[in-house]
Design a protein around this ligand. Sequence first.
Ligand SMILES: [Zn+2]
Length: 215
Amino acid sequence: MINRVCIFLCCVCVLGGCGINDEPMPQIVSGSSYAPRVIPPRIIAPKQNVRGSYSNISRSWFPPSQLEKGWRAVIVHHSATDFGNAAIFDKWHRERNHWEGVGYDFVIGNGTDSDDGEVEVTFRWRKQIPGAHCRAEPNNWANEDGIGICLVGNFDKTAPSSRQIQSLLKLIHFLQKRYGIPNNRIYGHQDTPGARVTDCPGRNLSISRLRSMLN
Ligand SMILES: [Zn+2]
């Protein structure tokens, strides 16, 4: 009974924690005598430095060149479950949310249903289509223009493994270099401008620490 309740709650977290939207990054304008205002999102910048050299990067991380678009933020999630992988989340998101499939672009395993630190690439990244991981105003910007990375685990209860963090850093480095995404556009779900209130990615995954490790 307890296990069934836990599984149910985990599913609720996964399904409820990540909506279908994303938005632009508000920026405070300094030097004004008025209250700070929010600058509307810019049109996505063209791909930057996309033909730079990359070493020791999985070919699967590179989208098909004819489909590749520009991206301007990275949104980090936890699955809020103890287990899972891209195929499991894909099944849940199809059956329970009636989505096209798993909402994330990448899933980083914790050793349960995929290897610890294994990076799985989903159909959303391969097709370069909007995600379904972070609804944010305005205009669903985070799903449209943000790259969704989910680490398997409930980081309110446990912490990400060192291999998960290593893989996350490597993946984010790659995405930053390829799309010109600065550290201040690496968000946790709950810190994403315009996002709905959520605990994701959990109290034990610190985005400020992650950003410092990216420096
Ligand atoms: Zn999330």
